[in-house]
Design a protein around this ligand. Structure first.
Ligand code: MG
Length: 249
């Protein structure tokens, strides 16, 4: 069941969205060779709590961190660790959110640490562009498949892989609500988009195969071929005027 949000509720969700976006930007700013993913996670948790909010990811389905931090061939759900040290040339995806007044924010960004290969540069640029192409389709009267189709077109134009097992989703008082937002699809297919839907749109793209495997820790999802992956995500609301990005400063 899709929980439609009233204009008043969407207004309330701007607060968690703003803080989620701010903490994600700040996490990107402290990224440097030598920092551990656990230090980044602790920083994120501190910033969220200093603002009187709670980290939406902490304890969700038993996840230990306040952010999923996934490095290089890790696509999503990387567990922050003292032993994972960032080095020059890494690509680091940070997925995090803050809960404010009972509303959840969810957003992700992939950062390059120092120079990366031109293929990886393309990966980052195209994954972000595919997210924006998907967001652009989030207008009343369109269908879920229009979002997926737009993301797929951009991704495949650069011959990038699209994860099949993981999708975007509705967001509200809990992190994962209906519907699933696929990152591929047919134009005009699927559920009709309505004013009041709040969706996390989050393409997860790879340089090579889209096939992934889950590590023995039960969380970390890696590409099967060991090539880099990227993940960009924003939470948006569908309004009568079109998509409104909630996770923005
Ligand atoms: Mg999400």
């Amino acid at each position: 069941m899709v929980n439609l949000k009233s204009p008043q509720e969407i207004e309330e969700m701007k607060k968690c969205g703003e803080l989620s976006a701010r903490v994600l930007r700040m996490a990107g700013e402290i990224l440097r060779p030598g920092i551990s993913t656990l230090e980044i996670d602790e920083f994120i948790e501190r910033v969220i709590r200093m603002n009187g909010a709670t980290p939406s990811f902490k304890g969700l389905y038993g996840f230990p961190g306040s952010a999923c931090i996934s490095v290089n061939d890790e696509v999503v759900h990387g567990i922050p660790k003292a032993s994972t040290i960032i080095k020059e040339g890494d690509v680091v995806s940070i997925d995090t959110g803050a809960t404010v007044d009972g509303w959840v924010g969810d957003n992700a960004w992939t950062f390059a640490v120092g120079p990366v290969s031109s293929r990886t540069k393309t990966l980052l640029e195209v994954t972000e562009a595919s997210m924006w192409a998907g967001i652009e389709q989030a207008v009343p009267g369109n269908h879920l498949g229009d979002i997926g189709h737009a993301i797929q077109e951009v991704a495949e134009s650069a011959k990038l892989g699209i994860l099949r097992e993981y999708t975007g989703h509705g967001v509200g008082r809990v992190m994962h609500e209906d519907p699933n937002v696929f990152n591929y699809g047919r134009k005009g297919s699927g559920m009709k988009l309505e004013v009041g839907m709040v969706l996390a749109i989050e393409p997860m793209l790879t340089e090579g195969t889209f096939k992934v495997k889950t590590m023995p820790d039960g969380w970390t999802v890696k590409t099967q071929d060991g090539k880099n992956a990227a993940h960009f995500e924003k939470t948006i609301a569908i309004t009568k005027d079109g998509p409104l990005v909630l996770t923005q400063e």
